[in-house]
Design a protein around this ligand. Structure first.
Ligand SMILES: C[S@@+](CC[C@H](N)C(=O)[O-])C[C@H]1O[C@@H](n2cnc3c(N)ncnc32)[C@H](O)[C@@H]1O
Length: 241
């Protein structure tokens, strides 16, 4: 059954509220400990965060992409994370207590589909880690990321996608449909909450469509990097100067 945009958002929020304190452990188990490496590699392939640069992370959750942007800039960047699930942000708040005090990490409780509170041409890098799939009206969101990006800035997304290789698709289907919810149930005691991952794949754009959407939003030099046998894809796209 199709859900309205409001229903989808509420469901996404409910899922992440219920698993917030176990999210990092779940992510590590589900990706065999590779998810941090994928974010780091994507930022490196995008040319890295410039020294003293500014970054925005959509659906920052517990803050892994914020951390990678800081590391990439030798802790000279100023990074802002937006997330609409306060329980996920609370984990990030504890993690970055020192950086928040120093003013190099800012956390905003808000909806990543409404960036109207941000000025034009503000960021050198906008990241999204396993977030785009959850967002309503993706073409509009990508248009907004383009608006808030400085000319020459880069968008970096890491997202679960249908694998590049056709023969891997049934395996990925089995993994996402049965193994992932089973791990979530064992670790977080949340029966079926992670079914969302499998279900959201059915409605999210595939990598061709996502590349087209990025170009339609005004991005150029769109690159796709497969990770984890292609079940996860890094997207890198630049706003022309
Ligand atoms: C799968 S988690 C990813 C967390 C983090 N980006 C990472 O790389 O691990 C998705 C996050 O996006 C947030 N999210 C989903 N839709 C959102 C929206 N419309 N506005 C703000 N945050 C959203 C969820 O609350 C959740 O924290």
């Amino acid at each position: 059954m199709l859900e309205g945009q409001g229903g989808k958002q509420q469901r996404v929020q409910r899922v992440f509220r219920s698993i917030a304190t176990r999210y990092d452990l779940l992510n590590t188990l589900m990706t065999f400990g590779l998810h941090r490496r994928w974010r780091r590699a994507s930022i490196r392939l995008a040319g890295g965060m410039p020294e003293g640069g500014s970054g925005l992370d959509l659906g920052c959750g517990t803050g892994d992409f914020l951390h990678e942007m800081l590391v990439s800039s030798d802790n000279t960047a100023v990074v802002t994370g937006v997330d609409f699930t306060s329980e996920m942000l609370a984990v990030a708040q504890r993690r970055f207590a020192t950086e928040i005090e120093r003013g190099i990490v800012k956390l905003v409780l808000g909806d990543a589909t409404d960036l109207s509170f941000l000025p034009d041409a503000r960021f050198d890098m906008v990241t999204a880690g396993f977030t785009l799939r959850n967002l309503a009206d993706l073409p509009r969101v990508l248009g907004e990321t383009h608006r808030v990006m400085k000319p020459g800035g880069v968008l970096v997304s890491v997202e679960v996608c249908r694998p590049f290789r056709v023969w891997l698709r049934p395996l990925a289907e089995l993994y996402l449909r049965f193994v992932v919810p089973a791990i979530a149930t064992l670790v977080a005691g949340k029966i079926g909450e992670y079914r969302w991952l499998h279900e959201s794949l059915a409605t999210c754009p595939d990598r061709y469509e996502l590349a087209r959407m990025l170009e339609a939003a005004g991005y150029a030099e769109v690159r796709q990097v497969p990770f984890g046998l292609g079940v996860v894809v890094g997207h890198i796209a630049r706003k022309p100067c």
